[in-house]
Design a protein around this ligand. Structure first.
Ligand code: PMP
Length: 428
């Protein structure tokens, strides 16, 4: 990244950033791509792509094994990403970072390893109505296997977690509180530190597992300050490659947990009869890991670090406020599902156009090169709560411009023209 990409303490130089993202030049259906599907996955800077190519071109070797130079260098680079990520999210030690394939696998690791060993019949697993399936289905399976019960903390009309309900529903039988930091539908940010405080007071034996898939790319993260026990992320949503995620966990918890997957690389000593486990983090990284993508992820963390997460957050607050103000002012047929207050929300904006299916909206926008998401965004139960069959979702990142919000608004004006009769009818 050019150093000019950061203009002042709190302003990103978006045009300079855009020059680092080759895909943003792509023409889709005759129009320059307007990429507003960042909650699904982010685009990738040249620096990350170059790191990936350089690894396969001149650095490829298996890690933690052979005593030759290439292997030693690959191991060093792989471990360097662990250190960078630990620093990036405020983890006390890189050994507490476990590389996984994605957030989904990170949550499954906790659910299978800690959950099956520590959750018992009659215990309660507490989640929220806003969970992505990745932080919901693994816990349903733990409940099914153990006889635990499932409790969902409600959200209010602004899409915010109801803290009174948290006080009432987290109790002595609670063993797990699993909660998304930032909703991938509503964009709302959960008060994790407050939930942790309530959990420690009401349920001292419970763990707090945070789904950071949407927060780590967009907010400054300090897991030590949040006070949670586990924090899960996906690299591909934060300028990194697909196929890499991570779980941060408290050392004492990780050290007491049985392995998740077993085989090579995660053992201490193996005899024909039995096996001892390697210390963390190796105990949870069975087999040859995704070396290339972990190394390339290091370049993505460097990129975000150079911008500064305060500046990233500032940019997203500005563009989200602009988007909400613009869309509300120009498009009265739109329904929104969360508060406009950018103090407590990020740049994920779910909406519907009255009586028009989100897939139709998305298809018309795609004709103008505008990429949004339409559907239930892996959050079926949340859509039941919202009373929406599906939603449109526009989501912003560091390279988005206010002109792209304007393009979205112009696209929605076309939707309104094409579906004028349906929109004129009362809400179906
Ligand atoms: N949780 C949230 C809040 C998400 O937005 C996503 C991705 N849409 C996930 C979990 C799952 O991430 P992945 O598919 O990378 O495992």
């Amino acid at each position: 990244m050019t150093t000019t990409a950061v203009r002042a303490t709190h302003a990103l130089d978006v045009p300079a950033i855009r020059r680092d993202f080759p895909i943003l030049e792509t023409i889709i259906n005759g129009h320059r791509l307007v990429y507003l599907d960042n909650a699904a996955t982010s685009q990738k800077p040249r620096q990350m792509i170059d790191a990936l190519v350089a690894y396969y071109t001149s650095q490829n070797a298996n890690i933690h094994r052979a005593a030759h130079t290439l292997a030693a260098t690959a191991t060093e680079r792989y471990e360097a990403t662990r250190q960078k990520l630990a620093r990036f999210i405020g983890a006390p030690s890189p050994e507490e970072i476990i590389f996984t394939r994605n957030t989904t696998e990170a949550v499954n690791l906790v659910a299978s390893s800690w959950g099956l060993a520590n959750v018992h019949a009659g215990d309660a697993i507490v989640m929220t109505q806003a969970e992505h399936h990745s932080n919901l289905v693994p816990w349903q399976r733990v409940a099914e296997a153990t006889g635990a019960t499932l409790t969902y903390l409600p959200i209010d009309d602004g899409g915010m977690l109801d803290l009174n309900a948290a006080h009432a529903l987290i109790g002595p039988r609670t063993r797990v509180v699993a909660i998304t930091h930032m909703s991938n539908v509503l964009g709302t940010i959960a008060p994790i530190a407050e939930i942790v405080r309530i959990t420690r007071e009401k349920a001292p034996g419970a763990i707090v597992v945070v789904d950071g898939a949407q927060s780590a790319p967009h907010l400054p993260i300090d897991v030590a300050a949040l006070g949670c026990d586990f924090f899960a992320i996906s690299a591909h949503k934060m300028l990194g490659p697909t196929g890499v995620g991570a779980l941060w966990g408290r050392r004492d918890l990780l050290e007491a947990m049985p392995p998740f997957l077993s085989g090579g690389s995660m053992v201490g000593h193996v005899t024909f009869e039995s096996t001892t486990w390697a210390p963390i983090p190796q105990r949870f990284e069975a087999g040859t890991p995704n070396i290339a993508d972990v190394i390339a992820f290091g370049a993505s963390i460097d990129y975000l670090d150079a911008l500064g997460m305060d500046a990233v957050r500032h940019h997203e607050r500005e563009i989200t406020a602009y988007a909400l103000a613009t869309l509300r002012a120009r498009h009265p047929a739109l329904t929104f599902y969360a508060t406009d207050d950018t103090n407590v929300r990020g740049g994920v904006v779910a909406f519907n156009v009255r009586n028009v299916h989100p897939h139709d909206v998305s298809e018309l926008l795609d004709g103008r090169g505008i990429a949004i998401r339409a559907g239930q965004h892996c959050a079926h139960p949340l859509h039941t709560v919202l009373g929406a069959v599906a939603t449109c979702r526009a989501s912003f990142y560091i390279y988005n411009l206010s002109e792209e919000v304007d393009a979205l608004s112009e696209g929605l004006a076309e939707v309104e023209k094409v579906f004028a009769r349906a929109i004129a009818r009362p809400q179906a």
